[in-house]
Design a protein around this ligand. Structure first.
Ligand code: PFF
Length: 452
């Protein structure tokens, strides 16, 4: 398939990498990975997570980019075009459609958590962390959660930030934003890391995260680690596919993927180290759960010199990371609307934004007024959306993409896109066709109680 003349493309490989790394690096690395490591027993979870990134994440990211670049379309029309090219059923387009919806479901809660981060930038700037005790910090966080109006206001600001970039489109909006945001993010992280190395307990953090303890590898830890590998690399819903569709022909998919996956994993682990070295130096609990960074970090920031400033920088870093990810959560759906209807990108962005914002209100309420409302398996609205997307929809999307590329597409077409030497192609083929489907399949069988 050839590049259509009116479709915009990234200026160069660097920009594509920045954008895709921007999608991958987000709340998943900074808010979710650290608390999941703590909840799932530390090093055991880290080990399985890293294995999932290498054995499933990297090959499937290559798969998703190759599908996008070959299709040159949004995920739904793209899957349809690829199916037609491979003389297969056009029902494959529903895989693209499922991904678009998954992105919007994720965005509904992603934006609410992004809102917490914005609230904490202000808290840090106001000096609220100064000399704070553990009890006060928890109480502060609980007060924020208990206020639907505050949460709603911040959720609204976050959605507004996201949609104003998306409304401007791939070349003028996403690209410009990413060119500034990602390098700044790395710069702020280095400052934070240097700081926690000097005042924190890096040794304890290292032991906790990397000293292998195989006894702690439980089925639940494996399940969460696999789901989180998808979430963290933005795989399984077409975000990477749609970014890949803006990628030029002459760029190596394998090399780009490896850089992005390494950057994403490394950054997540570095944030983890920075956080846990502060946690241990201040005798805080590593397994505090989803509130970890919001409840424990202010205590650490509150007791270090210039902690208010460092804390503010930290939450700005998190907000930047969340922003570049949220943009990619909505891009597949916007690309579909713009390429299929006469609706302008602007209008599409604000309309979709409004719909997701409304769903986000239910998420906001699930932290307070509707806390007791359980949807399924004792999970409230937020938890249901989180688990449904991370442990079911993303891995399912990834599984189907792997099967399509591995078993339904013409092998020459796949090779044409990947452009690998024989040995590397065989490696990709083996992981895509066997390792990834078996790993995801086993997790699903466990999830539905079919294996113990
Ligand atoms: N990868 C993002 C993070 O780690 O925060 C979240 C995400 C973005 C997931 C885009 C899925 C996606 F398509």
């Amino acid at each position: 398939m050839s590049h259509s003349p009116h479709r915009s493309h990234w200026n160069n490989r660097w920009t594509f990498m920045l954008a895709t790394a921007g999608s991958a690096i987000g709340l998943g690395n900074i808010w979710k990975l650290p608390y999941m490591i703590g909840v799932n027993g530390g090093s055991a979870f880290v080990l399985v997570f890293v294995a999932c990134i290498f054995l499933v994440g990297i090959p499937l990211m290559m798969t998703e980019i190759l599908l996008g670049r070959r299709a040159q379309k949004n995920p739904l029309d793209g899957m349809q075009a690829l199916a037609i090219e491979a003389k297969r059923s056009t029902a494959w387009k529903y895989l693209g459609g499922m991904g678009m919806l998954t992105g919007l479901l994720i965005l509904s809660f992603y934006s609410v958590i992004g809102g917490w981060v914005l609230a904490y930038i202000i808290e840090a700037a106001r000096g609220s962390f100064s000399q704070i005790t553990a009890a006060q910090s928890t109480a502060n966080f609980d007060t924020l959660l208990a206020s639907p109006l505050q949460l709603l206001a911040w959720h609204t600001v976050f959605m507004f930030m996201t949609m104003s970039v998306v409304a401007h489109g791939v070349n003028s909006g996403l690209e410009k934003a990413n060119n500034i945001l990602i390098p700044s993010l790395f710069a702020i992280l280095l400052i934070l890391l240097g700081y926690s190395m000097s005042v924190g307990d890096m040794h304890a953090a290292f032991q906790f995260m990397f000293k292998p303890d195989f006894s702690k590898i439980t089925p639940v830890a494996v399940l969460s680690a696999l789901g989180h590998a998808f979430f963290s690399l933005s795989l399984g819903m077409g975000a990477v596919m749609v970014y890949g569709s803006y990628l030029q022909r002459n760029v190596s998919i394998a090399r780009t993927t490896i850089y992005i996956a390494l950057a994403d994993t490394l950054l997540g682990l570095l944030v983890g180290l920075a956080i846990y070295s502060l946690v241990f130096a201040n005798h805080l609990a590593p397994n505090a759960g989803p509130g970890l960074i919001f409840q424990t970090l202010p205590i650490a920031f509150g007791h270090m010199p210039a902690g208010g400033f460092i804390g503010m920088l930290f939450f700005i870093l998190v907000a930047f990371a969340a922003w570049t990810s949220s943009i990619s959560l909505v891009e597949p759906a916007i690309a579909w609307i713009v390429e299929n209807t006469k609706i302008k990108r602007h209008t599409a962005a604000w309309a979709i934004g409004l719909a997701v914002w409304l769903l986000g209100i239910a998420v906001v309420l699930s932290f307070n007024e509707w806390k007791a409302i359980k949807i399924i398996f004792g999970l409230n609205i937020f938890e249901t959306l989180d688990k449904l997307t991370s442990t079911i929809l993303l891995p399912l999307g990834g599984l189907l993409m792997a099967i399509f590329a591995g078993y339904f597409m013409n092998k020459n077409h796949v090779q044409e896109e990947l452009d690998l030497n024989d040995q590397h192609f065989k490696f990709w083929h083996f992981t895509n066709n066997y390792i990834a489907p078996i790993a995801i399949g086993a997790v699903f069988l466990y999830l539905f109680g079919l294996i113990k």
